[in-house]
Write a protein that binds this ligand. Structure first.
Ligand SMILES: *Cc1c(COP(=O)(O)O)cnc(C)c1O
Length: 378
């Protein structure tokens, strides 16, 4: 008998999603607008609070793209971006003809290092160009040191775009990730903590900014009976079908966070007596992670060989795991862009591994994972 595959993070439906999708069909709201879109936005606004205004969009990447447009990023500008992230954080900078300037991580939250951030800002200003925006990420659901980042950003008057794609439900000092920056973004891709099968959202601080985002996301149509345009628009709105899935998912979000966090507890216990490994965890009680993915780090600065051997051992047992994000400044496509830091992200990349973390993993799955891991480190 072959075992079924244990995935890193797979969609986990709560049960009521189809009811909302059915409603969309019954009322013929099969379009990129409708009651589910409005309902989903209201659910998100209620959930993350802080009087936010949410625009549901077709993807997290689209939300970053529009966010940068709203912050006034134009061709020739420079935008600071956390290097240790998924490429979708950085790609929209290039869509706009702007240049990413990459900044290293610190080792406590694995997110943008405030010291390297300030160094980057000062050096770019000295070179004649003040960065137009800062993209800070809450990677793997771990809030970044957002208070320190905002302090620096405010000092130099540079707006922060908060990439909260992996951090819905995570908080810093009890305030939700995605609500700190000038603009926040969320993702509902298939592998995220909740999914609409594909989708995202832009979190705005005012009704006007949200309305501007929706205007741009629906082809920037001016008020007129005919089609009239004074600006370049995009087709980035979320469909009413997808938003229906989102409404159902919002009903189980808190439950899924509890389950993700219990997967993290499971790994902390599993690796308790394994000397070689640290489980990535919150630095202190100010940080509350949704633990979207549970990650481990080999303590020694060894080569990638041993980490890779563990990954392949798990793979042979039908258990998916994945190295941590490869930093953007080490990616072939971004290799000629400026980078500030001291290789913290690079070290994390060579030493780290993400383990199966889904809210839908069973006790049997956990037993299979325990067995393979205990065997490997025996
Ligand atoms: C998933 C993700 C995105 C992009 O979201 P999509 O909805 O897949 O476009 C952006 N940034 C980070 C950190 C992500 O993990």
């Amino acid at each position: 008998m072959t075992n079924s595959k244990i995935w890193l993070s797979s969609p986990h439906m709560g049960g009521t999603e189809q009811k909302y999708v059915q409603e969309a069909f019954d009322t013929n709201w099969v379009a990129p607008l409708g009651p589910n879109v409005t309902g989903f936005e209201q659910d998100l606004e209620r959930y993350i609070g802080e009087s936010t205004h949410v625009a549901a969009l077709s993807s997290g990447t689209a939300a970053i793209h529009l966010g940068l447009v709203l912050l006034g990023v134009k061709a020739g500008d420079e935008v600071i971006c956390q290097s240790f992230t998924f490429s979708a954080s950085a790609n929209p900078i290039v869509y706009l003809g702007a240049t990413p300037v990459f900044v290293d991580s610190e080792s406590e939250t694995w997110n943008i290092c405030p010291v390297a951030l300030e160094e980057a800002i000062l050096d770019r200003i000295a070179k004649g160009k003040k960065p137009k925006a800062i993209i800070a990420v809450h990677l793997y659901g771990m809030p970044c040191k957002i208070d320190e980042v905002l302090k620096i950003a405010n000092q130099y008057e540079i707006p922060v775009l908060e990439d909260s794609a992996e951090a819905l439900g995570s908080t810093f000092k009890r305030k939700h990730c995605g609500t700190f920056g000038s603009i926040g973004i969320l993702s509902f891709n298939g592998n995220k903590i909740i999914t609409t099968s594909g989708g995202g959202a832009l979190v705005a601080k005012s009704k006007e900014i949200k309305e501007k985002a929706v205007f741009l996301a629906t082809q920037a149509r001016d008020q007129a009976p005919h089609y009239q345009h004074s600006e370049i628009g995009y087709n980035y709105r979320l469909s009413n079908i997808s938003a229906g899935i989102g409404r159902g998912q919002m009903e189980v979000l808190d439950k899924h966070i509890v389950l993700r966090r219990s997967m993290h507890t499971f790994y902390q216990e599993l690796f308790q007596n394994i000397e070689e490994i640290n489980v990535f965890k919150e630095p202190n009680s100010n940080f509350y992670s949704n633990h979207w993915l549970s990650c481990i780090l080999f303590k020694n600065e060894t080569t990638e060989t041993r980490r890779e051997r563990l990954r392949v051992t798990l793979e042979n047992e039908q258990i998916e795991s994945r190295p941590l994000w490869k930093p953007m400044h080490l990616q072939p496509v971004f290799k000629d862009h400026p980078y500030y830091g001291n290789n913290t992200a690079k070290s994390l990349f060579t030493r780290g591994l993400c383990l199966p973390s889904g809210s839908n993993l069973t006790n049997e799955d956990k037993e299979r994972i325990s067995k393979v891991i205990n065997n490997f480190f025996k």
